[in-house]
Each structure stands twice: as C-alpha cells, then as structure tokens.
Design a binder for this molecule. Sequence first.
Ligand code: DGL
Length: 271
Amino acid sequence: MTDALPIGMFDSGVGGLTVLREVMRQLPGESTVYFGDTARVPYGSKSRDVITRFSLEIGQFLLQEKVKMIVVACNTASAFALPTMRQKFKVPIVGVVAPGARAALAATQSRRIGVIGTEGTIESQAYSEAIHYLDPKAEVFGQACPLIVPLVEEGWLEKPLALEVVKEYLTPLLTNRIDSLVLGCTHYPLLKNLLGQVTGPGVKLIDSAEETARAVGQKLREDKLEAPSGSSGAMRYFYVSDAPEKFEKIGRRFLGQELPAVKRVDIGSWI
Ligand code: DGL
C-alpha cells in the first residue's frame, strides 16, 4: 500500500526547514506541508502548557490540510508536546528527540553525551530521558544556549562574536569529557563548523535533522504510507502565522534553496 498525501511538518519558525531539507533529500518523492509559527516564535523560552497548546492548534491545522503524518521539527515542541499530540491525533507523529537520542548512543563510545538546546528543551530533560530509556548507564550533560538562535537567524555563522558565544556555552560542557554532542535545536546544524572548531575532532556532532528524516522514512515504510514510486513531482506547501516575506528571505538559508510562495494563515489563539 502507498499514500500520496503529504507529510505535515511544523516548527516555531524557520528552523524546522533544516529538518524539511533532510526529508526532501532523503525522501524526494514525498509531498510536504510546512507550518512555521512565526507569530509566536520563539518557543524555547515558553512553558510546557503554552507550547502544548500551540502544538495541538498546529496539529489541527495540518490535519485539515490532509497530511498522513506529522513531523514535529521543533525540539522544544517535541520535548514538551509529543505525548499529548500522540493522544489526540490518529496520524503517526514523529519528533526530533528520540531520533537524536538514538543517534547519540550509536555514536558514543564513552557513553558521556552532551546535549545543547533551548531553555525549554534542556529543562524538560527530554533528551536525558530518551537516552536513559535506551541506555540507563549513559551519562547526559545538558546546556541551554539561548543566544545561539538569534545569532543564526541573523546569519552570523562565522563571526568572532558567534565563536565567543559558542565557547562560553561549550567550555563548561566540555569539562565533562563528552565524546558526542547532540545539536538539540533546529538552528544548530547551521553552526556545525563553528561548533566543531570549539569541540575539536574528539567530539561527534549529532545532527537531529538527519536522524529525524531517517526516522520519518522508516515510519512511512512500517506503516505502508510511502508515496507511490514514480509519482510525478512532490508538492511543497509553506504556511506561516506572520510575515511570509521575512520567512521566505531567512528560510532560504535553512532550506538551502529558494522557497515557493509562502502563505499566511490565522490559526489558534494568541497568548
Ligand atoms: N525551533 C526551536 C527548537 O528547535 C528553536 C527556536 C525557538 O526557540 O522557537 O527548539
């Protein structure tokens, strides 16, 4: 059996396009509907209750768009809202935390794993829980890095200031002698070079975007939801809750290519 319906995906804004990029690369035949909650970004500093409410509203919107699966491309939303979304919605839901945790365990030798993310993601302990579920003996060291998201959105990927900020966050983390580091936020894959300079070659960087795309492919195969092979050209739809032009402009960097027309839609409630 196959299913030509699109995959739904959402994030607080442009960051989740790093996950979409990987899904497009690994699963080019799949159509996609992406929603960026640009009116309510950032998610990283908000509470579990608020993020869960936003995620449920977006899930409803994506289901109206007749998606066959929902990918929660935002780490903060995955950390906070995944269990509630799975209770409420019938379609399969794939988040970014479990794939990142699996990849970290596959990469580590010392079982000393670092995780960087937003305040919400780190405070939620979602990565530690996901890693400990698979390997109770692994040691997990988390560090919230709230200044990295705005740096990446500004395109400051190589500037000395960005290097200073990354050093400030990673230096204490590296004293824990980690051998792998989960990039637990949509924006961090864009800073891979800089992060690698600071960690040195002894620390493997785990890109949750790549792992999530793999998990999406696997879930589609398991549930027999793959797009029919030889289906003509995947369709791409982009929606945001505010400022579509800005999303298009910044989004290019995250997606690695131009975006087709981005539509603004009103969903859900305001805080
Ligand atoms: N998308 C968020 C995440 O991956 C980062 C941006 C935000 O704080 O909204 O956690």
